[in-house]
Design a protein around this ligand. Structure first.
Ligand SMILES: Cc1cc2nc3c(=O)[nH]c(=O)nc-3n(C[C@H](O)[C@H](O)[C@H](O)COP(=O)(O)O)c2cc1C
Ligand SMILES: C=C(O[C@@H]1CC(C(=O)O)=C[C@@H](OP(=O)(O)O)[C@H]1O)C(=O)O
Length: 387
């Protein structure tokens, strides 16, 4: 299974093609729209999110609420396009486009490197595609994958575990349904009410100072069969693919599986998850510090992955930069920006992880139809249970 996205932040629409889904998978537009709406929310977002109300249009691959096995093509309209069509259009108004020309690169964004690499003197040609607007399309891809996971009884949830200097304790149990419900009730998607208050306060303070904040998100995948991914080749290790997916989200700088970097500080006996067996559960683990992975394969324990997001680069508080025309230093002034997108990005993280798990599922259990896939997944569950 693979996907491609296309579209600029202020262009007419985002386009997504998902190829390789089995046929006969129940497909709900509402479930995709629900993920898109979740991604738009979250404390710290800027004015753009008041303009957009993301929903998909199904263009192909689905009939009567089920996939046909053909590529699924979806589009998401950019409502802001109405104000940008003469700048962004296929036949743009050159004068108006010149007024919107970007010659002042923002530290931390893709502007300068992209301009040098692609020989753009107008850095709008870079920022339009480097914008995290594209994560709406990736969230839609994940929301499709999520329906496949759901069909196989696999649940995904996410929450925010740090914003700036405010962090929460590591969970010891990962109940996806509970995490999903609690984080949904929080404007910053945090499970701890005390930390939530402090996070909101930090975001407000940063906004007042014209500054931005990053943070850390955690994603959980529950009821995963044993043996997704493989130890036999580097590019089949599922933990590695998940880490790539996380770091590919705009502004994400790192990923950790389970206790991740903390594993470097502890002794082996404090890291590895002891193996137990019982009549009721079969093989299982006493703990889940390794976040559901050994040898690039799932252990059957919940997948637990974290991602760290740097603070938003577009700042109201100016940072030093240099105009590419005059080579003179300037202090940036901006029109609008998010000042903290960690809660929103946690939704993107959930959905890119869902995609990778669904992709691994379809590689492990080749199936043309959803029913065959579920049969194979359940057979593996039975085999593992009786091993
Ligand atoms: C959901 C989300 C919203 C974002 N909103 C903004 C924003 O409003 N302004 C901004 O400068 N960067 C924003 N970013 C981050 C930039 O897109 C990102 O820093 C930029 O593409 C450069 O890529 P890099 O940070 O991965 O190097 C956002 C990221 C995400 C995930
Ligand atoms: C549009 C989205 O996020 C955008 C991501 C973004 C950036 O530079 O990454 C900059 C902002 O765009 P604009 O300059 O139009 O206000 C955000 O609003 C979105 O998440 O849907």
């Amino acid at each position: 299974m693979r996907y491609l996205t296309a579209g600029e932040s202020h262009g007419p629409q985002l386009t997504l093609i998902v190829e390789g889904l089995p046929s006969r998978l129940p497909f709900s537009k509402e479930k995709v729209d629900e993920q898109l709406a979740r991604r738009q929310k979250g404390y710290g977002r800027g004015r753009r999110m008041k303009i957009e109300s993301d929903e998909i249009r199904i263009l192909s691959g689905v009939r009567f609420g089920r996939t046909t096995g053909a590529p699924v093509a979806l589009s998401i309209e950019n409502k802001d396009w109405n104000k940008w069509s003469d700048v962004m259009g296929v036949h743009p108004d050159r004068e108006k486009a010149a007024k919107r020309r970007v010659s002042r690169p923002r530290p931390g964004h893709a502007d300068l490197n992209g301009a040098i690499k692609y020989h753009h003197r107008d850095m709008r040609d870079v920022l339009e595609r480097s914008s995290a607007r594209e994560t709406a399309a990736r969230t839609a891809a994940g929301a499709v994958a999520r329906q496949l996971l759901e069909y196989c009884g696999i649940r995904v949830a996410g929450h925010v575990v740090r914003i700036g200097s405010v962090g929460t304790r590591r969970l010891e149990e990962w109940k996806a349904e509970e995490i999903a419900k609690k984080s949904e009730e929080s404007p910053v998607r945090c499970l701890d009410p005390e930390a939530e208050k402090a996070m909101i306060q930090r975001i407000d303070e940063a906004k007042q100072e014209g500054d931005s904040l990053g943070g850390v998100v955690e994603v959980i995948v529950e009821n995963v069969p044993v043996g997704l991914g493989s130890h036999v080749h580097w590019d089949r290790k599922l933990d590695a693919r998940i880490a790539q997916a996380i770091v590919s989200i705009n502004a994400f700088k790192g990923a950790e599986i389970g206790i991740g970097f903390e594993a470097g500080e502890r002794k082996g006996s404090e890291v590895h998850d002891e193996i137990l067996w019982s009549e009721e559960k079969g093989f299982h683990r006493a703990t889940n510090r390794l976040g559901g992975f050994e040898g690039g394969m799932t252990t059957g324990e919940p997948i637990v992955v974290r991602g760290v997001m740097k603070p938003i680069p577009t700042l109201y508080k100016p940072l030093k930069s240099v105009d590419i025309d005059t080579k003179a230093p300037f202090e940036a002034s901006i029109e609008r920006s998010d000042n903290c997108a960690v809660p929103a990005a946690s939704v993107v993280a959930e959905n890119v992880v869902a995609w990778e798990v669904a992709r691994a599922l379809l590689e492990t259990f080749t199936a043309d139809t959803a029913e065959n896939l579920l049969r194979e997944v359940n057979r593996r569950r039975e085999e593992a249970r009786n091993f």
